[in-house]
Design a protein around this ligand. Structure first.
Ligand SMILES: Nc1ncnc2c1ncn2[C@@H]1O[C@H](COP(=O)(O)OP(=O)(O)OP(=O)(O)O)[C@@H](O)[C@H]1O
Ligand SMILES: [Mg+2]
Length: 311
């Protein structure tokens, strides 16, 4: 399919008795994709299969239409990875480490490329420091820098923000957005920090128990998981509340500061909008605000993994 960079088909992985991945079918398109799921849901195992580190028990995984196990050399030349427990050699300086990675990746413009990542991740002032002497956050920035070195087509980040302070996190998110826009680098990012992830992701995959329970464009999921809650402000909220409560299709009306939060029964959203406009007209009210409250990524996540006996 046009724009597809990752595809898995009935992918499964067992470790002895443990089934880490079961019948996983995911498709990752160009852009920035978030991979989320509770601890142990199989995100890291999926990533390790995609980059050819572990062999699937059954099923297939493709990156750039290449077989993740049989053609992993070809894949690895075109991607960058930040591992969950990324190894960094403590006795190397940042500069020497990046030079080493550049050599492994057989990059051509080594000097300019290293200069670029050092500045991208604000590491210039530290480049002569030994990695062992760095704080956890700085080490994480070094790990990020190596993953985008050479501007690969796809960068896979497993928990990239866990050690970062709030400012470094914001700056990482900005970098990801910019690298995607200006350098056309695609990202697959696994993270538990959903409010952050939702700011950068175009697409989302939700894993639970080794399988994908939901996936697609974040905007579409927001509509799909819409719970029928509207925020409304009118010229007479008291009167409007009374009228709305008389409609059989409104479950609840809550007053919140100067606005109303109205929960409409599922399946009656269009009917509700028509009734609301009729009330407004017949009672001579002014409608000052009318806005559907879409769920955020956390709401969608909780809803998608419901029924799976989680938490
Ligand atoms: N090498 C291994 N040997 C045995 N079991 C494993 C191995 N690797 C992973 N598992 C198991 O597979 C399941 C999925 O683990 P995985 O690390 O992929 O989850 P995850 O979604 O990345 O979790 P987290 O959010 O905690 O990083 C877990 O039950 C884990 O214990
Ligand atoms: Mg993991």
């Amino acid at each position: 399919m046009e724009g597809e960079i990752i595809l898995t088909e009935h992918l499964s992985k067992r470790f002895g008795k443990i089934i880490a991945i079961r019948n996983l079918d995911i498709r990752v398109m160009k852009g920035i994709t978030g991979l989320i799921g509770p601890n142990g849901s199989g995100k890291t195992t999926t990533i390790n299969i995609l980059i050819g580190l572990i062999k699937p028990s059954s099923g297939k995984a493709y990156v750039f239409s290449l077989d993740s196990w049989k053609e992993s050399d070809k894949i690895r030349r075109r991607i960058g990875v930040l591992h969950e427990d990324q190894f960094l050699p403590g006795s190397f300086t940042i500069l020497r480490y990046l030079q080493h990675i550049a050599r492994l990746k057989r990059l051509r413009e080594v000097r300019s490329e290293i200069k670029w990542v050092l500045s991208e991740f604000q590491l210039r002032d530290y480049m002569e420091r030994r990695i062992a002497s760095l704080s956890a956050g700085l080490r994480q920035r070094v790990a990020l820098a190596q993953s985008v070195l050479g501007r690969p087509e796809l960068v896979i980040l497993d928990e990239p923000t866990s050690n970062l302070d709030p400012i470094a996190r914001m700056s990482l998110l900005e970098s990801i957005r910019r690298l995607n826009k200006e350098e056309s680098i695609n990202f697959l990012i696994s993270s538990h920090i959903l409010p952050e992830l939702e700011k950068v992701c175009k697409d989302v995959i939700i894993m639970y128990n080794g399988t994908a329970v939901e996936q697609g464009p974040y905007n579409k999921l927001k509509e799909k998981y819409f719970q029928g809650v509207y925020k409304i402000i009118s010229s007479n909220n008291m009167l409007l509340t009374k009228e709305l409560r008389e409609l059989g299709i409104v479950e609840k009306v809550d007053a919140l500061d100067d606005s109303l939060l109205v929960k409409v029964k599922s399946g009656y959203y269009n009917e509700f909008i028509n009734s609301l406009y009729e009330i407004i007209k017949s009672k001579n009210l002014k409608l000052l605000l009318f806005e559907p409250l879409h769920p955020n990524l956390e709401d969608i996540f909780k809803e998608a993994i419901k029924g799976g006996n989680y938490g």
